[in-house]
Design a protein around this ligand. Structure first.
Ligand code: IPD
Ligand code: CA
Ligand code: CA
Length: 244
């Protein structure tokens, strides 16, 4: 399929916010499986309507996180699924599409990569941290994000923009990144990866951001680091203009 090229099926918030037939087909498959097994659960999926439920369980689904990478044949793209009970994320899985590498976590039970336990590595000094980040699809959001990242860059080892928030959080969880920050991702981007990071010994939080776009606040700044690196990273994010 990849060799034949992948078509953009539609655009969403801007001309570069694309959706492919695969995004839709994967989400439809996940929804039909969940609905067949658990008809009373709610579903929040990026590509479909919110489905209300009565059980207190809600599934949070990103059928392809890293769609632009998927479109170009780049490796960082994944299926991300989390389960919440009464609003708390209790389980999550992030599966890399090209390789099938599977990150998983259950609340209180640790995190794994292909079934083997993973843990964050101790944080180096701020100047030696490899920071992963991402950008939204709207011009004004990107201008804000770019300004913050430009201020942060001289303070750290380097910045990576790999293209999948869910996998980025898993990279911090298994020690192949030191920290993640992005202003504005949605629950389907971070729910599963955030639990994987927490269960691997990291700290993951949504902090108040500085940026608003019209009436729409890009308030949630998604932040994840090993627990020992949290304070110094958050201070750096404040200096860089990410935080309110
Ligand atoms: C995007 C990716 C990206 C992040 C964006 C997300 P999508 O999700 O997670 O890394 O920077 O904010 O929207 O559109 O590829 O599902
Ligand atoms: Ca996403
Ligand atoms: Ca997506």
């Amino acid at each position: 399929m990849r060799r034949e090229g992948i078509e953009v099926a539609d655009t969403k918030t801007s001309a570069v916010d694309v959706v492919t037939e695969a995004d839709r087909a994967v989400e439809a498959l996940i929804r039909s499986r969940i609905t067949a097994l658990r008809p009373d659960d709610a579903i929040l999926g990026e590509e479909g309507d919110d489905r209300p439920g009565t059980s207190g369980v809600r599934w949070v689904v990103d059928p392809i996180d890293g769609t632009v990478n998927y479109l170009y044949g780049l490796p960082d793209c994944a299926v991300s699924i989390a389960a919440e009970v009464d609003g708390e994320v209790v389980a999550g899985a992030v599966v890399a599409i090209p390789t099938g590498v599977e990150y998983a976590a259950a609340l209180g039970n640790g995190a794994t990569r292909d079934g083997r336990p993973i843990a964050v590595r101790p944080s180096p000094p701020l100047a030696e941290r490899l920071v992963l980040t991402g950008f939204g699809y709207q011009r004004e959001v990107r201008e804000h994000q770019a300004g913050c990242v430009a201020s942060l860059l001289p303070e750290v080892r380097d910045i990576r923009r790999m293209g999948s928030c869910a996998l980025d959080l898993c990279h911090v969880a298994d020690g192949s990144g030191d920290a993640y920050v992005e202003a504005g991702p949605q629950p389907w981007d971070w729910s599963a990866g955030g639990l994987v990071l927490r269960e691997a010994g990291g700290r993951f939080e949504l902090l108040d951001g500085t940026f608003t776009l019209g009436t729409h606040a890009v308030r949630n700044v998604v932040v994840g680091t090993p627990a020992d690196g949290w304070d110094s990273f958050v201070e750096a994010l404040g200096r860089a203009g990410f935080l309110a």
